[in-house]
Design a protein around this ligand. Structure first.
Ligand code: LLP
Length: 416
């Protein structure tokens, strides 16, 4: 179970030893808050699970890409899984050793490839023949050799939301299993490429290990075939995807997750085992703190209107995702069934619908939990709303790690 750092002391909700009320009072709302201790503990759970194998925990930067979060993970020994030139830039700024960076994604541009190649990253997870050709051309141009792993699509059902399932053969991700062997032969024959690994990522918010085990079986078969053909690899990347408890789900622990697929791959235990977790590292470690603006009752429904919206946290709107919402002061009060909504002009703007919860009054604070992953990183300026501030808490100390955007930030780069 991932570490969550949010707990009540008396009536007050705390993150580590800092009260959310004091954070919100001094930093304003909406506010993202992360616990350094929880992030470290969640990373450590992976490190411990993999301790007996050569390994790399490459944190999936897209989940929460604030420099302070990245720096914390880098200092704790993690690597980075990136999907863009922007994430490469962040990862290097945060001090990651390039040899601990893997580059995933189905649409890397030539420029992004060149930057990553010059930086000296560990490997490119290549997803198609045209991408391989593009990478080879970039490497040739630079006079460098590109380290390549193929991301294969193992065609397993990851049993998750369709928008975040990637392991079906119909998805845009990964090279089809039947094509991948040919891709390896092609790469091996190319002097601009060096074949170093095999990769897959089947989806996100997985709450059972059986799909990853099924994927590992497919990978093992391919590894066997490659070995027989004289293609020896150095790295095996099984992606991210381990889910967290949003609503009573009981996902495996990192230890159980690893134990599900390692036996299937035991013949290849000399390979460096790479994981790309995102959500399970930062998700439970973060919350979005919002303030109640209005309690709006109509003859049909009751709305708690708060100052955080779909532009701050899009998961409920986009995936129908459930996030627990807790009062920052847990006073005894009547429960009511409400929609928690933001000020954005869309009916799809909600943080919760039909939720039975203690009725919060205007001015009160609410904490939207499990918001550390894909919260701030998916936020936008829709409705010309400045993006929220981010704060990192350690014990009772906290620091603003991203200032709240100003109105001037909203129009930066624009001209009349
Ligand atoms: N590796 C690759 C290649 C990925 O595409 C992803 C996530 C990960 C690793 C990390 O997966 P995680 O451990 O976080 O499950 N915005 C969605 C999730 C999108 C996931 C995209 N890929 C959400 O809020 O649920």
């Amino acid at each position: 179970m991932s570490e969550s750092a949010f707990h009540y002391r008396g009536e007050d909700l705390f993150v580590e030893d800092a009260s959310l009320a004091s954070l919100a009072d001094s930093l304003g709302t909406p506010l993202y808050v992360y616990s350094a201790k929880a992030i470290r503990a969640n990373l450590e759970a992976y490190e411990a699970a993999l301790a007996n194998y050569p390994h790399l925990v490459a944190y999936s930067v897209k989940a929460a890409s604030n420099l302070a979060v990245l720096s914390l993970i880098q200092k704790a020994g993690g690597g980075a899984d990136i999907v863009s030139g922007g994430e490469l830039f962040r990862a290097l700024k945060a001090g990651f050793d390039p040899r601990k960076i893997v580059f995933s994604g189905v649409g890397k541009s030539a420029q992004e490839m060149a930057e990553a190649l010059k930086a000296g990253i560990l490997m490119f997870n290549v997803e198609s023949a045209p991408e391989l050709m593009a990478l080879s051309a970039v490497a040739k141009e630079l006079g460098l050799v590109a380290p390549v792993a193929f991301r294969v699509n193992p065609d397993v059902d990851p049993q998750t939301h369709p928008y975040i399932a990637t392991g079906f053969r119909e998805s845009k991700f990964g090279a089809p299993m039947e094509e991948s062997f040919e891709l390896y032969l092609k790469a091996k024959a190319d002097p601009n490429l060096s074949v170093v690994g095999l990769d897959c990522h089947i989806g996100s918010q997985l709450t059972s290990a059986s799909p990853i085990k099924a994927a590992a079986e497919r990978l093992a078969a391919l590894l066997g075939r490659l070995k027989a053909a004289g293609i020896e690899l150095k790295c095996l990347d099984v992606g991210g995807g381990l889910g967290i408890d949003y609503k009573g789900e009981k996902p495996p622990t990192p230890l159980e997750w690893v134990a599900a697929f390692v036996p299937v791959l035991k013949e290849f235990s000399g390979l460096t085992l790479i994981l790309e977790p995102g959500r399970s590292i930062v998700g439970p470690a973060g919350a979005l703190v919002v303030r109640v603006l209005y309690d709006k009752a109509t003859p049909y429904k009751r709305f708690v209107i708060v100052d955080g919206a779909m532009n701050d946290l899009i998961r409920p709107s986009l995936y129908g995702a459930h996030h627990a919402i807790k009062p920052v002061r847990d006073l005894k009060r009547p429960q009511a069934q409400v929609d928690v909504v933001g000020p954005v002009c869309e009916s799809g703007d909600f943080l919760a619908q039909g939720r039975l919860m203690p009725l919060a009054e205007p001015g009160e604070l609410l904490a939207v939990l499990g918001a550390g992953a894909y919260g701030f990183s998916m936020s936008s300026n829709y409705n010309s709303r400045p993006r929220a501030a981010e704060a990192l808490v350690e014990g009772s100390a906290f620091r603003v790690v991203r200032a709240r955007e100003t109105l001037e930030d909203l129009i930066r780069g624009e001209t009349v």
